[in-house]
Design a protein around this ligand. Structure first.
Ligand SMILES: [Fe+2]
Length: 159
């Protein structure tokens, strides 16, 4: 019997910084996620709920908060998009990695997510930034490239 007194366990086997919101209403979760006046804890709860719901619409809702002012939130969005392993997230992650004005932790996490998704179409942009001036970004691209090569050479259906 599931223990209803405990927050929902992450299907991603990760220990998340906040339990997911109970709502399954995408529009409501997106509003909370994008609301700069909400507490970060509540925004993170919405973020993990969207991740757990999954699918292209959840990816779009998450990506819409890449306009946020918070580098912490944007880095967490990139992280969960990597966990979701949905190629629908490739364009928004490529945008974050390629934006030189973006916070370095967000760019780092976008690069790692592009590796985690396992879609070879990310190879081109990762190769373009593997010599980035920001060493954290460059190293993340290197790790992601190695992961994509590993996935390809082992014929893993990883996406
Ligand atoms: Fe990170």
């Amino acid at each position: 019997m599931p223990d209803s007194s405990k927050p929902e366990v992450s299907p991603f086997e990760s220990v998340d910084p906040a339990p997911p919101s109970e709502s399954k209403n995408l529009a409501m979760l997106q509003n909370i996620l994008c609301d700069e006046n909400q507490k970060m804890f509540q925004r993170m709860r919405a973020l993990f709920a969207l991740r757990n719901i999954g699918g292209n619409d959840s990816v779009d809702a998450l990506a819409s908060a890449f306009n946020s002012n918070s580098a912490l939130l944007k880095h967490e969005i990139a992280y969960v998009l990597g966990q979701m392993q949905n190629s629908h997230a490739l364009p928004c992650l490529i945008d974050r990695l390629a934006d030189n004005e973006e916070n370095v932790m967000v760019r780092h996490e976008a690069a790692e997510a592009l590796g985690a998704i396992g879609d070879q179409r990310a190879m081109e942009v990762l190769s373009a930034f593997v010599k980035d001036n920001e060493i954290v970004v460059a190293e993340s691209c290197e790790v992601a490239i190695d992961l994509l090569n590993y996935v390809a050479s082992n014929n893993l259906d990883y996406s």
